[in-house]
Write a protein that binds this ligand. Sequence first.
Ligand code: FES
Ligand SMILES: [Fe+2]
Length: 429
Amino acid sequence: MAHFTKPEAGSWTEQYPELGTAPVSYEDSISPAYYEVEREAIFKHSWLNVGRVEQLPRKGSYFTKEIDAARTSVVIVRGTDDEVRAFHNICRHRGNKLVWTDYPTEEVEGTCRQFTCKYHGWRYDLEGALTFVQQESEFFDLDKSELGLVPVQCEVWEGFIFVHLDPDNTESAASYLGEMAAGLEGYPFGEMTAVYKYRADVGANWKLFIDAFAEFYHAPVLHAKQAVADESTKLQGYGYEALAYGLDGPHGMVSSWGGMSPPKDLDMVKPIERVLRSGLFGPWDKPIDIPVLPPSLNPARHRAWGTDSFVFFPNFMVLVWEPNWYLTYHYWPTAYNRHTFEGTLYFVPPKNATERLRQELAAVTFKEYALQDGNTLEATQRSIESRAVTAFPLNDQEILLRHLHKTARDKVAEFQAKSGTPVQISAAS
Ligand code: FES
Ligand SMILES: [Fe+2]
């Protein structure tokens, strides 16, 4: 159960005795063998967000998602019945990748009436049924009805499309996402359809970048140069303390103060922010009114609330900002020490050029911050791989990191116990 209130005396972390307070091992981010178990235990056994329904605007709209960690590519498509479905992106004839354009590792999107394999021309309809086999009479006992695309469990929650790669999974996406997510239901995600997207190949374990976005302890230091000089000195003096933290099963959230949209003192921010009335916290003037925030947002009901960051295990984050916009992060592992990062910003579509520029400024400011965050990651990865230091003290503002690494370790241990796989790695304490 989530605790959104810090006890009078004591810490956020100590409200969850199972987390402990001891230094944490980062062996889980530097061991190739451990990553191989994570691929099975975590990425093949969790609901994974692959996108939004707005990416499938009409019947026949599709996009592909490379899920290297789970060793597959998935095609997500809106059928003629308007249902959103997912399939493994593989032809039933001889295993060619079914939907791709020039490079088999690149994701693609589009609209079609059917999927046609490039190799020998087998065709599948939007519901995955095999509808055409070239020279069908040459085959032996071929039953087309048995050779449809291999389905992947797919569910939509609040417009977010999730897939689950274990065909035996019995838990719905909504139940997996839990109460904290239920407390976001009703937020007008579907009205925020102006999208700005960044993607980066990062030389660090996937969990390290979540770590960087799941605490703001670093913000006054690492991002010091983003504020004007006087302000930066002040911020470093104050340090950082969140308004609230919440943990709910494998998921967590941090609620953070804001006050930058607009700032109390306009001299705090850069001239372009003053001129455009926009910045990291988004355009200062709200595009729509949301009279009552869903209960998981600003759980402390604090006047200075700025943004809430939700970490949905394993690799999906949603950040909702006070001036009524949101962004998502995805971290797609490609190796124990690499992942593809995606940052996507969602705004209510701009009504004029000024609003568009305000969104652009928020998007480029976000990119600048993200580059600063990302900049530490490859250095951290290289350093921790030295194993010169093996346990790291995490403070109370780093509770979500402690929780993330513990959740990942628990999933790995649970999977190994169930599958009888011998423990091949030294489990982090
Ligand atoms: S592999 Fe697809 S038609 Fe042969
Ligand atoms: Fe940061």
